[in-house]
Ligand binder design. Structure first.
Ligand code: ATP
Ligand code: MN
Length: 481
């Protein structure tokens, strides 16, 4: 018999004479009540076993983690907590699970323990919820851009350009580690490598996406990105997913509008479509926050925080204003910041970003017009800036609890300015010949940004460590599974 998803059974509007459900046992109590979960929803369906007419050997095999199939009547439940339950007529054990050995016991496990069991943690309520929300968010990402007529572009994962400098790269090579072919000067001879040149895993699809925006108008990427960052933080992964829209004829203001509208759309999609999961995650977060001292607890519960983002404009603040605020701030004066803000031009650290968002403005913040010196070569130089105080049309979006969630800019569309900038930074023009062609042939104002998908999932789920919002995290010294 065809089985029905637990979610559909629980949403039924009537009793049904015979249904079949398949899933994994969460708990089995009093030799009678099975809580069955099949991943379609956070909720379990209660399956009532007629234990007097079920062989003892079968009852013993209904253990936490076992895969079973039950057939019976979908009846109104006598017990509290659920509208419907299955009164089991036929029960089949599909796959046993040794209760002594199954690591996901029906009790609270530490997140660290769950990370070590990333292949099984998705069988817990929290990780089931997180991964369903993640899936819904990624659908919303495509829906948003597709509805607006953006073209989805798959930029290469193996890249031959190493000029972008967004992060440390992982090298891709088919050369043998021992007996590596060398040039006469003793350097690795990449001419003998698979691609005949040195190649890396991509740190960003932006440069390639720009070439497509210059033909298709509005494009976006959504794919894996790799950075060999040795910073072991709760916000960085070595392998993460990035969304990078790139739009011809958009200036920086239009870029900010797009980013804000996009984030609000996907957050709203999750609020509207993942209510049960978010409610569960809100409870989880509230519990977790109780462990913290009062002063460190967030003022809003999860859903309230999401609603707040939907209802309020992101605060747009120039770098110069932000530096003034930081310089005069209490933690700066009392030397509480690890990196003190002394003068204009300083790079902002995550402690500064978090101060601005969490303490000063208390809402999402878009910082723009950064010093040219601390930003990438392709960002549009602002006209009329003082010598020594040049700024570029960059923007970063900072979120409470997360820090930077988006990094973007209006791109330098003037060939001569771009080449001069590359020269100053020692970036090889020859290597980026194809990128410069966009400026040689039909160049135009254009803008884009990169949003780290896991940071978005962190925000929406209220989780605090990025390792907990991607199925199998890749971080320094960790590539299990
Ligand atoms: P950060 O300062 O946090 O390291 P970044 O300035 O290196 O970020 P960008 O190069 O602008 O980030 O990348 C765009 C977006 O990608 C960031 O805003 C962030 O959301 C995300 N991101 C960057 N690095 C990582 C990483 N290692 N793991 C997960 N997400 C990342
Ligand atoms: Mn970084």
């Amino acid at each position: 018999m065809k089985h029905t998803k637990v979610k559909d059974l629980l949403n039924s509007t009537k009793t049904i004479h015979e249904v079949t459900a398949k899933g994994w046992v969460r708990t089995f109590r009093n030799n009678q009540f099975i809580a069955l979960n099949d991943g379609s929803t956070i909720h379990n369906i209660q399956c009532v076993v007629d234990f007097e007419n079920t062989p003892e050997t079968t009852l013993k095999r209904i253990t936490t983690g076992a895969a079973i199939s039950v057939t019976g009547e979908l009846a109104e439940s006598q017990g509290a907590g659920q509208k419907y339950e299955i009164q089991v007529k036929k029960l089949e054990i599909l796959g046993d699970s040794d209760a002594e050995k199954f690591p996901m016991q029906p009790k609270k496990h530490s997140l660290e323990f769950l990370r070590e069991n990333a292949h099984l943690r998705v069988r817990t309520n929290a990780f089931g919820a997180i991964m369903r929300v993640r899936s819904a968010l990624s659908f919303a990402v495509h829906q948003y851009f597709q509805q607006k007529g953006f073209v989805y572009v798959n930029t290469p994962i193996i890249t031959g350009s190493d000029a972008e400098g967004a992060g440390e790269m992982f090298q891709v090579s088919a050369l043998p580690f021992d007996n590596t072919p060398r040039t006469e000067e003793g350097k690795v001879n990449y001419k003998e490598d698979f691609f005949g040149k040195q190649t890396n895993l991509t740190v960003s699809g932006q440069l390639e996406a720009e070439t497509y925006a210059m033909a298709l108008g509005q494009v976006y990427t959504f794919g894996p990105t790799f950075r060999a960052e040795n910073s072991n933080t709760s916000r960085h992964l070595a392998e993460f997913w990035m969304i990078e829209p790139e739009v011809a004829f958009n200036d920086l203001a239009a870029n900010m509008d797009l980013a804000e509208d996009f984030i609000k759309y996907v957050v709203k999609y999750a609020v509207d479509n993942c209510a049960d999961d978010l409610k569960f995650l809100e409870g989880r977060l509230t519990e977790e926050e109780k462990q913290k001292p009062q002063a460190e607890r967030s003022e809003m519960a999860l859903l309230e925080k999401l609603q707040f983002v939907l209802e309020n404009n992101f605060k747009r603040v120039s770098y110069t204003e932000a530096v003034d605020i930081l310089r005069d701030s209490t933690p700066n004066k009392k030397k509480k910041f690890q990196y003190l803000i002394e003068e204009w031009g300083a790079d902002l650290q995550s402690e500064h970003e978090r101060f601005l968002v969490e303490k000063h403005f208390k809402c999402p913040v878009i910082l723009f017009d950064y010093p040219a010196k601390i930003k990438a070569f392709y960002m549009r130089l602002n006209d009329n800036t003082e010598p020594g105080k040049e700024t570029v049309r960059a923007m970063d979006i900072l979120f409470p609890g997360i820090g930077e969630i988006v990094g973007g800019s209006q791109r330098e569309e003037r060939l001569d300015v771009l080449i001069e900038k590359m020269k100053a930074l020692g970036i090889d023009e020859e290597e980026l010949w194809w990128y410069l062609d966009t400026r040689r042939f039909g160049s135009a104002v254009h803008s884009g940004f990169g949003l780290g998908f896991e940071r978005l999932v962190l925000f929406v789920t209220g989780m605090t460590n990025i390792r907990d919002v991607i199925p199998f995290p890749r971080t320094p010294m960790n590539a299990e599974f």
